[in-house]
Design a protein around this ligand. Structure first.
Ligand code: MLT
Ligand code: MN
Ligand code: ZN
Length: 304
């Protein structure tokens, strides 16, 4: 399985359009150790030809142009190697790209019922897209099943979703309904390579960690270094827990959990523009590396 990190910033991107915090300022200055990032998404493929997006960021147009395999095939006037997208939740930074991809054919979207409902009630996704290419919804399975291409044939990947602690987005009332956030497991049928994708988690209880057994790679929520990061940096009022993100730091933070997990590649993505790990010369970045964890970067690729 080929895996590409298309974007590694949380909602707003990095730098964020209206933010003049120290990190955003350094990114704008083009400091090499503080690279700019687009909003969180990844792409996976078993054969390098048929691709599935993991979340659909508003930066998808730029993310496609930055990655040759996602561009239209040479042989077609209009076309795409994108076979569908798996959505982990209904947050705007993970779904606004749906509108960007409206010019294609039917868009195959995999998302749990609570996410689909939020998207249809809050953003009228199905209704709006109907006037363009249209949407075909797929309920992600709870047991591994083939992930099908848009023509119904097998892609060489198996997938399943599992619930993670999270909330519906603010436009949908921030309710913690079942299935309002999920993680995905993707398995390459030939190589057995196994990827876990969890860009938004409010917590990592044992019943979530159980899903990660035998994974070779984990892409995990790296939004905040600490709980009061937004109030402390003067960038917002909400804490990490109020926004349903488990911070990295502290005895109960995700870094201490990751440190002990026997997974070869443990990579943070969905990193908020306030998180000091965005600066590769910061002590926090060093602490992540020392724990055997990686700070994801736009364009990072690996094979499983
Ligand atoms: C989040 O990850 O908490 C959301 O994307 C925040 C937002 O609404 O931008
Ligand atoms: Mn987000
Ligand atoms: Zn900022």
């Amino acid at each position: 399985m080929r895996v590409r990190l298309l974007g590694t910033a949380a909602g707003g991107g990095f730098p964020q359009w209206n933010c003049n915090c120290a990190l955003c300022r350094q990114a704008r200055q083009g400091k090499a150790e503080v690279p700019a990032r687009s909003q969180s998404a990844a792409a996976v493929s078993a054969d390098g030809t048929a691709w599935f997006l993991l979340n659909l960021s508003p930066d998808i147009r730029h993310q496609i142009e930055a990655f040759q395999p996602l561009k239209p095939p040479q042989s077609q006037v209009r076309g795409t190697p994108i076979e569908g997208a798996l959505l982990t939740n209904a947050d705007l930074d993970h779904v606004l790209g749906i509108f960007i991809l409206r010019e294609g054919g039917v868009l195959h979207l995999h998302a749990p019922a609570a996410v689909r409902q939020a998207l249809d009630e809050g953003l009228r996704i199905s209704q709006v897209l109907q006037a363009y290419g249209g949407v075909s919804w797929h309920e992600p399975p709870v047991e591994l099943e083939p992930l099908l291409k848009s023509d119904g044939s097998e892609s060489g990947l198996l997938y399943r979703a599992f619930e993670v602690p999270g909330k519906l987005p603010r436009y949908a009332g921030s309710k913690a309904l079942p299935g309002s956030a999920v993680g995905y497991l993707l398995v390459d049928e030939k190589t057995g390579g196994k990827l876990a994708f969890l860009p938004d988690v409010a917590d990592l209880p044992v019943k979530v960690l159980e899903n990660l057994a035998d994974c070779q790679a984990l892409l995990l929520d790296g939004t905040f270094w600490e709980d009061d990061e937004m109030p402390k940096t003067g960038t917002g009022k909400l804490t990490a827990s109020q926004m349903a993100h488990l911070p990295l730091n502290g005895p109960r933070g995700s870094l201490e959990i990751l440190r002990k997990l026997p997974i070869a590649r443990k990579i943070y993505l969905h990193i908020n523009n306030t998180n000091p790990i965005l600066n590769a010369s910061s002590p926090e970045y060093k602490k992540v590396k020392e724990a055997g964890v990686e700070v994801g970067m736009d364009g990072m690729e690996f094979e499983l």
